[in-house]
Write a protein that binds this ligand. Sequence first.
Ligand code: HEC
Ligand code: HEC
Ligand code: HEC
Ligand code: HEC
Ligand code: HEC
Length: 244
Amino acid sequence: MSPIGPTPRLVLFAALAVGIATLGLGVVGSEAGNAKSDEVLVAGSVCEAHALKARHAADPRLQIEIPPAFNVPWPTREACLSYAAAQDPDTPGLVQPIPFSHKHHAGLYEIDCLYCHSGSDRSPAAGVPPVQLCMGCHAQFPPTYDEFEGIRVLKEHWARGEPIEWLQIYRLPEHVQFRHNRHLIAGVSCQRCHGPVEEMDKVYMTQDTIWWPWLLPASKPQMGWCIDCHRLQGASQDCYTCHY
Ligand code: HEC
Ligand code: HEC
Ligand code: HEC
Ligand code: HEC
Ligand code: HEC
């Protein structure tokens, strides 16, 4: 059934095997070179120190130097990794003005969704938290966190009293009525509509949210998605429920 017949596939595997073999030789060569050279890798930040320590643990021959200023536990390695992942343009989702990670805040540190999106159970809009709420925690953090450009951006906005201009991901046209509170009261979880946000370093629209009519991908929440669930859950399908 495969478009690649048995013979070309064999050739492909052979080519791959040769590729892997040369790659393997390359790695052995460079490791030998590394062990001989006296090059010392010096950390230039706390996050670099975490990364170098991890590399050293995997390969004790690697020579590393961690200046005392960067030999501190905060920010943690997890914070560094999440920050980097939230900034990665190659993963799905928009790169935000601050690389804020839900996986880090809502996942690892288990901060409740409603703590930051406090409108969800009370009003139509879930809302995005104000700078003051971020600073409630971040004003107490040691200055080593300033090595994250995003934290400096946060503090600049706080000092100037300006909101962060977060890019919007889920957005309905004006002629549609949507109410978060009605759904939460009915027991529909955030994840049912937004996916496993607490596992995302960068928020993106999940495939569950996107309705695929005729199997064409869509990039916004569509009417068919709303109607499908309303039918399943016995909620109203009347036009005037959503359009008035
Ligand atoms: C309830 C406390 C709390 C609140 C509120 C909070 N943070 Fe954090 N934030 C943390 C903790 C804890 C860490 C990580 C500490 C560590 O592991 O080093 C962190 C890490 C970060 C990081 C680095 C990791 C990452 O996510 O990229 C950024 C950037 C950040 N916060 C921005 C924000 C912004 C922006 C807000 C407001 C929208 C905010 N934080 C609100 C507690 C909080
Ligand atoms: C510490 C604060 C904080 C917590 C906790 C938090 N969020 Fe967020 N959330 C934000 C910020 C800031 C943004 C805007 C930046 C972004 O998209 O990452 C956001 C954006 C979102 C968006 C996209 C909004 C849009 O523009 O369409 C969704 C969906 C979302 N959050 C859901 C959740 C869910 C579900 C949880 C709990 C599992 C949660 N959030 C926990 C701060 C938080
Ligand atoms: C029934 C599906 C559904 C549920 C459940 C749901 N959302 Fe939403 N959410 C949406 C839709 C649709 C939008 C776009 C709304 C608009 O443009 O008017 C949205 C928008 C948002 C936004 C962008 C800001 C805003 O207020 O429009 C955030 C943040 C958000 N949701 C967070 C949450 C959180 C947190 C929960 C759980 C407490 C949650 N949502 C539950 C469907 C849902
Ligand atoms: C995952 C399931 C689910 C999805 C997806 C969903 N809804 Fe709902 N919706 C419900 C349930 C359940 C209710 C509650 C019915 C009740 O209150 O008895 C509801 C209620 C509503 C109401 C309130 C009706 C009232 O009486 O005020 C509106 C408006 C609404 N939904 C609009 C939407 C729109 C617009 C979308 C798509 C953007 C959507 N819903 C997507 C499950 C869903
Ligand atoms: C549960 C909510 C819901 C119900 C019920 C609903 N709609 Fe919609 N409708 C939507 C949403 C969400 C959109 C926006 C979809 C988008 O942006 O692609 C929409 C878009 C539309 C549009 C614009 C289409 C376009 O391509 O821009 C029309 C026309 C429309 N609806 C008519 C109706 C009619 C007629 C009914 C009753 C038979 C109805 N709707 C019932 C949620 C609903």
